[in-house]
Design a protein around this ligand. Structure first.
Ligand code: ZN
Length: 114
């Protein structure tokens, strides 16, 4: 399970931060790109599992989903994809492999309680 190992490293990171700053973590905010290959529901379930025996037990994982955005070389604009099946510009239909966003998997913020 790929999600579980990711969840464990998120818990590790948050726990280190909590210890260093002497705070309690209420929530971990994460950006998740549509191309990250991670299933949101599965990651949340894994997070609950990974944090169960830690001080993060009561914390929540808040996931912000990031759609795929490509850059169209024809229109010179960024466009958001409605599907990740086809990497084509929504304006002119030209294919593009210039991915601007959508690969994210990063912790953006920690909600703490001191
Ligand atoms: Zn275009």
């Amino acid at each position: 399970m790929h999600e579980l190992s990711i969840a464990m490293s998120i818990v590790d990171l948050a726990q280190q931060e909590a210890e260093q700053r002497g705070v309690r973590i209420n929530a971990v905010h994460l950006k998740l790109g549509a191309l990250s290959g991670i299933v949101k529901e599965s990651l949340i379930a894994s997070y609950e599992m990974a944090s169960f025996d830690t001080p993060l037990k009561q914390s929540r994982l808040v996931i912000e989903e990031v759609p795929v955005v490509i850059f169209c070389l024809v229109c010179k604009v960024e466009c958001e994809l409605s599907t990740i099946q086809m990497f084509c510009c929504s304006q002119c239909g030209a294919p593009s492999s210039e991915i601007v966003r959508g690969r994210e998997l990063e912790v953006t913020a920690l909600e703490v309680q001191s």
